[in-house]
Design a protein around this ligand. Structure first.
Ligand code: NAG
Ligand code: NAG
Length: 297
């Protein structure tokens, strides 16, 4: 191949990998910023080895057909064949080439965060509603499913999450305490459009706090997008506060409710021998499942 003399092909589309260039690539990414880690280096090394052996002109007809590329396809380092682009979270080449770790797919960019090797991150953080009625965190997550199930003809129905009736991600927990102490119930809800949250006591008329000066109800958006969290606080609980409390969430699509009981003990009861108290409630931080809903975040 006379055209390769000097290290570069004279015709575009012909093969690049030249030993000298390969040596340069070896020293750059390994000695610079990247911590050594066999797992993510592997792809780069494999690639260098393969390139070293591919001293041939580009023959597109001999290119393998990449399958199951969840982030779409990009050209290989020789600009000859198509290969799978890197997914969100995968290591990538910061200069947006495809020479060592690979290139990010559509709507992804190679980002460097302190302490981590560069990885593909989605440019968008806008949620989407798919034609399958599911909410996708952003276009990159949508495309992964789109590429994984081409037969489903998935399309974007509209920007923003799909309309959804309220789902109680973290319900209020049963609590007990001694008269005079403060108690608080929490209720974390996902809904789109945003839900309103109401509190009631079973068997009592009207919404809380009503006319009770020692009870207050608050809510605010969060902790995640499209979520709202409500709290019912009872200060200085009295024996008459004992009962079942209901968190009720509603938007125009639907509604959801969750119940929790309050047990109020007097100091006398607390010191009674043989009293077996319910276990302390699990804190929200122990309740991992509420944070890990895949479709809603
Ligand atoms: C997707 O589209 C193709 C071609 O238009 C059609 O044959 C197929 O039935 C569609 N699949 C679904 C799940 O709608
Ligand atoms: C009772 O209330 C106090 C303060 O309001 C709180 O520190 C304590 O953890 C509560 N006890 C139980 C069993 O929840």
């Amino acid at each position: 191949f006379p055209s390769l003399v000097g290290g570069f092909p004279s015709t575009p589309g012909h093969v690049l990998p030249v030993p000298a260039l390969g040596a340069d690539r070896i020293s750059r990414p390994v000695s610079a910023r990247t911590p050594t880690g066999p797992d993510y280096l592997q792809r780069g090394w494999q690639r260098l080895l393969e390139e070293g052996e591919s001293w041939v002109a580009c023959r597109p007809e001999e290119c393998p057909t990449p399958r199951g590329c969840l982030a779409g396809m990009v050209r290989d380092p020789c600009d000859c064949c198509w290969e799978c682009a890197n997914l969100e979270g995968q290591i990538c080449d910061l200069d947006n080439t495809n020479h060592f770790y690979g290139q990010c797919g559509d709507h992804l960019e190679c980002q460097l965060e302190a302490g981590d090797p560069p990885h593909c991150a989605c440019r968008s953080s806008q949620a989407l509603c798919g034609s399958d009625g599911r909410t996708y965190a952003q276009i990159c997550k949508f495309l992964e499913v789109f590429h994984a199930h081409p037969e489903a003809n998935l399309t974007v129905a509209h920007e923003g999450p799909c309309e959804s009736e309220p789902q109680i991600l973290s319900p209020p927990y049963d609590v007990w305490n001694v008269t005079g102490q403060d108690v608080i119930f929490g209720c974390e809800v996902f809904a789109y459009p945003m839900a309103s949250i109401e509190w009631r006591k079973e068997g009592a008329e009207g919404l809380l706090p009503g006319a009770h000066p020692h009870i207050s109800a608050q809510f605010r958006g969060g902790p995640q997008k499209y979520e709202v969290t409500g709290w019912l606080q009872i200060q200085g609980v009295r024996v008459t506060d004992e009962g079942t409390y209901r968190c009720f969430a509603r938007n125009r699509v639907g509604e959801a409710a969750a119940l929790a009981s309050l047990t109020v003990l007097t100091p006398d009861q607390l010191t009674m021998p043989g009293l077996s108290l319910p276990r302390p409630r699990p804190g929200p931080e122990d309740d991992a499942e509420s944070e890990e809903s895949e479709d809603y975040y």
